[in-house]
Design a protein around this ligand. Structure first.
Ligand SMILES: C[S@@+](CC[C@H](N)C(=O)[O-])C[C@H]1O[C@@H](n2cnc3c(N)ncnc32)[C@H](O)[C@@H]1O
Length: 242
């Protein structure tokens, strides 16, 4: 999408309203992450407004986060419990917290926010640098098939009497970039919330992990350890050194 600037995609109104409609998988996500962390510290890459980090910290896990958007960090820090999450501002492909963790995680398709294969590889490498010797890097992302069957589509995301949200998308199979614009229509006018993502299938992520010295240890089809199969729309994958 010409002129799309990733630095502007999670700022202002978008950051303010990021948590208005929860994704709905928070409880099961936090439950599995708490089990995997086993009481040890954890690091979330692209921690956002703390949707997962804050409830995970409330369960007694010491959680650090790396986040690019100052506005998302501001929202996190003013939420109840936000003061329990230590945030390191900056790019998750390079920022270091200066320590290692038994669990590093990157959820909600956030690996796709990195718009080149190189950056996605660098993100795996940075995650690996933050892992203890037997630590685990967990990645949760969609299986792109549902988005890529057509090269473009419009999805009626919300249809209300006084408010409509259309999801307008175009996918380029050469770059694997999905350009998406959430178009909000109401009596106040039209508001555009653009985002571009670089989609990657699980197998490509597995190779990125290998480049970073990690191997796929486990793959589930969801947060409740569902089996991963041809019908899975997302995956929860665990990578480790051995
Ligand atoms: C879909 S949100 C997910 C936030 C949070 N992980 C959650 O599950 O609610 C994606 C987040 O990734 C952040 N982000 C995008 N690119 C980033 C980068 N290069 N380094 C760090 N954070 C980044 C955005 O600012 C945004 O907060």
């Amino acid at each position: 999408m010409k002129d799309f600037d990733p630095l502007k995609s999670f700022v202002g109104e978008v950051a303010e309203h990021n948590d208005d409609i929860p994704r709905g998988d928070e409880d099961e996500t936090v439950r599995l992450l708490a089990e995997l962390s086993d009481g040890e510290p954890a690091l979330e890459l692209a921690v956002g407004s703390g949707r997962i980090a804050i409830p995970l910290a409330a369960r007694g896990v010491s959680v650090d986060g790396i986040e690019l958007s100052d506005d998302m960090i501001a929202v996190l820090q003013r939420r109840p419990g936000g003061d329990r999450v230590r945030v390191f501002p900056g790019d998750m492909t390079i920022v270091s917290t200066g320590q290692t963790y038994p669990l590093v995680f990157l959820v909600f398709n956030s690996i796709f926010n990195l718009l080149t294969q190189d950056d996605q590889v660098r993100c795996f490498e940075n995650a690996a640098r933050h892992l203890t010797g037997d630590g685990v890097f967990l990645v949760e992302a969609a299986v792109p098939s549902a988005w890529t069957q057509r090269d473009q589509y419009v999805n009626a995301e919300s249809v209300q009497v006084d408010h409509v949200v259309l999801d307008v998308c175009r996918y380029d199979p050469v770059t694997q970039i999905l350009d998406e614009n959430h178009v909000h229509l109401d009596h106040g006018g039209v508001r555009l919330r653009p985002i571009s993502c670089r989609l990657a299938w699980p197998a490509e992520l597995d190779l990125m992990a290998r480049l970073a010295g990690l191997h796929l240890r486990q793959r589930w089809g969801g947060w409740q350890r569902e089996s991963f199969d041809a019908g899975s729309s997302r995956h929860v994958s665990l990578y480790s050194r051995s």
